[in-house]
Structure formats: structure tokens, C-alpha cells
Design a binder for this molecule. Structure first.
Ligand code: NDP
Length: 310
């Protein structure tokens, strides 16, 4: 068994198909974002993950156009920022405008946390994190919640958004969403941090039981790829004679989890698309890493007083 480009797709609960590997673009700025997306599409990626708050939708959209790959072949995800939970229709139209696209394949609620938009209205800029004087984030929790946001997302026109989903939702958040009277659609995906130090076994099982596909963000532990320093990953990498990053991506896809590696380095973009089936022994070694060395979360913004992840 050797590495080969991953072309497999998973079928979502609404029938749409999502490629298992997508290019992440958080912290990919301007020209770097443009070049990364062009390189990825040239290498064979057909799935790009961005978000309004990443500030790179224009470059991502321009790269998609310039790549020469047909729009219908590419799965594009963007995300609703917290300051626009009360107006996802406006937010979606603005994202489409910046992307220069008629539709996105997937629109995600970025976090289950609404943010107060008073400052945004003053600045005419919704892509920010308004803060209180005491240094906390200015949240909009008194008269709004993610259940109301989801009701509005369900009403978005299917001509502009093919599928809708959530991100950073805990099991309890999903249970609350599905039990709410206004819920008609089960989110197609839940995009969460997931890697060998945060394997999310319980959340993955729960999502599977509800027919929700899990997408792994920060699969290398985010900036600087700390997961690639782990001893077990390097042992398996040597044994199988494949790079450490590909060990991680292969393990995730074998668990039927979509993986979103970010890179602005062309050689890494090309190699990150490659996966293989891991032998059972190596697969279980990766499963055991977090119980041996402890769990570690990389992305943990302070959403006080909202309590995330539980
Ligand atoms: P990743 O875990 O993908 O790691 C990115 C880092 O790994 C960068 O420093 C990159 O460097 C480096 N890297 C990439 N490939 C390799 C390789 N083969 N060998 C060595 N180093 C490598 O981090 P992200 O946090 O960016 O997560 C991925 C994507 O998930 C995001 O870009 C975004 O699309 C999504 N995401 C979603 C979130 C959400 O709230 N929904 C939160 C966080 C991420 P370089 O670029 O310099 O090559």
C-alpha cells in the first residue's frame, strides 16, 4: 500500500457529496491565500474551506475563477460570523459578493455564539470581534441564541446555498438544536477541532448516529503543526515510509472524518492531498495517543459567559 491522491467523497444527509480532503485557509492572507487555492485546485483538490472572518473570501473566489476548474466541480464552504447571527441572509449575500460566486456548497454557523452587532453597525463592518470594556467579547446572549440563528439559516435560498451545517458544536448544542420546535433540517456537518491529541471519539459517534459528517479542523494542531512532533506519529511515519502529516490525514479519513489541512506552501499543499489505508496496528496506535499523553486543544477563544465545547 502506498500514498495516492485522495479523491473519495462522502454523501451528506441532504444527498450532496463532499470531498474528504479540503484546503484550509484560516490565516492565509491575500496573495498567499490566492496562490494556495490556485495550487490546490491544480494539484487536484476539489474542496476549499474559508470563512467571512478569515478576510480572504475575495482572494479565494478570484483563485477559483482563475484556476480554470469548473465551478460545479469545486465544493466551497464559507461561514457565518457571530455578529451576523440575526441576519444570515445579508451575511450570505455579502460572502457571495466577496467570493464572486452565485452560490456556496456549504454554509456553516462558525460558532454557536451570537455577538452583539452595535459596534459593527457604527463601523459598517461586521467582520470583527467587538469587545467590552472589561476585555471580554461583547456577546448577544440576552435575547438571541444559536437555535434562532439556525431557524434563519434553514430559510436561506437553496439557489445560493446547497447545504447548511454547524461548527464548534458540542453534543449538547446539537441535541438542543435538534430538539428545538423550529428545527426542520439536520446539519449536514459539524466542523470541529480534531487530531490525535483531541480525537473526539464521543462527538464523532454521536454525530454519526444523527447522520452528521464530522470535519476535522486544525488536523495538525494548527499554526506550526505541533502534532507532527509527536513520537508515535513519527514512529508510524518511519515504519510506513510516509511523511508524518500523511499519517494523520490517513487516520482521519479511515475514521470517515473530512480533513481540512491548511498550508500556503505549494509542496505541502501537493503532498497533503495524499492518503492511504493504515494497517490495523498503526491505526490503533494513533487512536491511543491522547490516552497515553493527554488531550490538548489548540483553538480555544474566550467566549465567556458562553461555555463552549460542553
Ligand atoms: P492545521 O492543523 O491545518 O495546520 C496548519 C499549519 O501546519 C501551518 O503552520 C502550515 O504551514 C503547517 N503545515 C501544513 N501542512 C504541513 C506539512 N505537510 N508539513 C509540515 N507543516 C505543515 O491548522 P489550521 O488551524 O489552519 O486548521 C486547518 C483549517 O481548518 C483552517 O485553515 C480553517 O480552514 C479550518 N479551521 C476552522 C475553524 C473553525 O472554527 N471552524 C478553526 C480553525 C481552523 P504553512 O501554511 O506555512 O505551510
Amino acid at each position: 500500500m502506498t500514498l495516492s491522491n485522495s479523491t473519495a467523497k462522502v454523501t451528506l444527509n441532504d444527498g450532496n457529496q463532499l470531498p474528504y480532503v479540503g484546503l484550509g485557509t484560516w490565516q492565509s492572507k491575500e496573495n498567499d491565500a490566492y496562490k494556495a487555492v490556485v495550487a490546490a485546485l491544480k494539484a487536484g483538490y476539489r474542496h476549499i474551506d474559508t470563512a467571512a472572518i478569515y478576510g480572504n473570501e475575495e482572494e479565494v473566489g478570484r483563485a477559483i475563477k482563475d484556476s480554470g476548474v469548473r465551478r460545479s466541480e469545486i465544493f466551497v464552504t464559507t461561514k457565518l460570523w457571530g455578529t451576523q447571527h440575526r441576519h444570515p441572509d445579508d451575511a450570505l449575500n455579502q460572502s457571495l459578493e466577496r467570493l464572486g460566486l452565485d452560490y456556496v456548497d456549504l454554509y456553516l454557523m462558525h460558532w454557536p455564539v451570537p455577538i452583539n452587532d452595535a459596534q459593527c453597525k457604527k463601523d459598517n463592518n461586521y467582520l470583527q470581534i467587538p469587545m467590552n470594556e472589561d476585555g471580554t467579547r461583547d456577546l448577544d446572549l440576552a435575547s438571541w441564541d444559536f437555535i434562532k440563528t439556525w431557524e434563519l439559516m434553514q430559510a436561506l435560498p437553496k439557489s445560493k446555498v446547497k447545504s447548511i451545517g454547524v461548527s464548534n458544536f458540542s453534543i449538547n448544542n446539537i441535541k438542543d438544536l435538534l430538539a428545538s420546535p423550529g428545527n426542520k433540517e439536520v446539519p449536514v456537518v459539524n466542523q470541529v477541532e480534531l487530531h490525535p491529541l483531541l480525537p473526539q471519539f464521543e462527538l464523532v459517534e454521536f454525530c454519526k448516529s444523527k447522520n452528521i459528517v464530522v470535519e476535522a479542523y486544525s488536523p495538525l494542531g494548527s499554526t506550526g503543526a505541533p502534532i507532527l512532533e509527536l513520537g508515535t506519529i513519527n514512529e508510524v511515519s518511519k515504519k510506513l515510509a510516509i511523511p508524518p502529516a500523511n499519517v494523520v490525514f490517513s487516520w482521519l479519513i479511515q475514521r470517515k472524518i473530512v480533513v481540512l489541512p491548511k498550508s500556503v506552501t505549494e509542496s505541502r499543499i501537493i503532498s497533503n492531498l495524499q492518503t492511504m489505508e493504515l494497517p490495523a496496528e498503526e491505526f490503533s496506535k494513533l487512536n491511543n495517543i491522547s490516552s497515553e499523553v493527554g488531550e490538548k486543544r489548540s483553538v480555544k477563544p474566550n467566549w465567556t459567559p458562553f461555555i463552549p465545547f460542553v
